[in-house]
Write a protein that binds this ligand. Sequence first.
Ligand code: PRT
Ligand code: ZN
Length: 283
Amino acid sequence: MIRLAIQKSGRLSEDSLSLIRECGISFVSSSYKLKTEATNFPLEILYLRDDDIPGYVQDGVADLGVVGQNVLVEAGLPELEVEPLGFSKCRLSLAVPRGEAYASVADLQGKNIATSYPQILGTYLAGHGVQANLHTISGSVEIAPSIGLADAICDIVSSGSTLLGNGLREVETVFRSEAVLIANRSLSAEKQNLLEQLQFRMQAVRRARRNKYIVLNAPVASLDAVKALLPGIKSPTVTPLAEQGWVSVQSVVNEDDFWHVTDQLKAVGAEGILVLPIEKMIS
Ligand code: PRT
Ligand code: ZN
């Protein structure tokens, strides 16, 4: 049995649980439980505060964990990371009051900066040769300038609306973060094997999320152009239609390229384009 720690309740919880479920692992979860056992995979899930996850994985209380890179690096344990998971993307940024002049990070020399990330920020400032006074606070960092506690802040930003609502302007990106899978460095051979099985499933789920299955009809004359637009995994599947001079083409397309590619497919004469979600994608 391998133990995986995930955030009990917060921004990472829902996406962590759905990733495990999409890996085909079933379990009953309830908000008041501290742990739960999967019914079809030798996995136990522990529900913890995100800040505790790196330490518990390092100590072996949990074998694996899902946590933001921001928390992992702040805890000084970046070496535990095994796999980026593609959700909870955010950045750790420096921000100053909107009216304040700011040209470069050198302007922060000798200033008071409030943050919950003194390690990451300290490393960043040292790398830029800036010395500032860091005030470590655990929450509501964005109000520090307005109550006179700090000249600037360094906090997590995603949409930017919290900064905006507090009269602050984002001036530097200090660190980019997303949720990652972490693992204890000395897993037994059995647990290492279970970790590899989990990683294989997570990669298949992520690949499927990034791609769509596409089916379309095209005139034979456009086939080369269609093939060039839809290279697929190896090459597209091409089958003749009952109507002479037409073929059906099946392939996969990356979600990021999707609209651009469909516009071009229409331009070369493709019709009846169907796009379907992919459940798993094994390379
Ligand atoms: O209770 P526990 O300690 O487990 O949770 P927590 O309150 O410490 O963490 P939580 O649930 O808020 O965040 C968990 C992780 O989600 C963080 O460590 C980040 O990796 C990631 N994440 C992604 C974020 C955000 N987006 C985010 N927007 N974490 C925090 N925020 C906050 C930020 O602190 C600021 O207050 O949201 C506000 C900014 O958001 P915007 O959209 O207004 O810019
Ligand atoms: Zn936390």
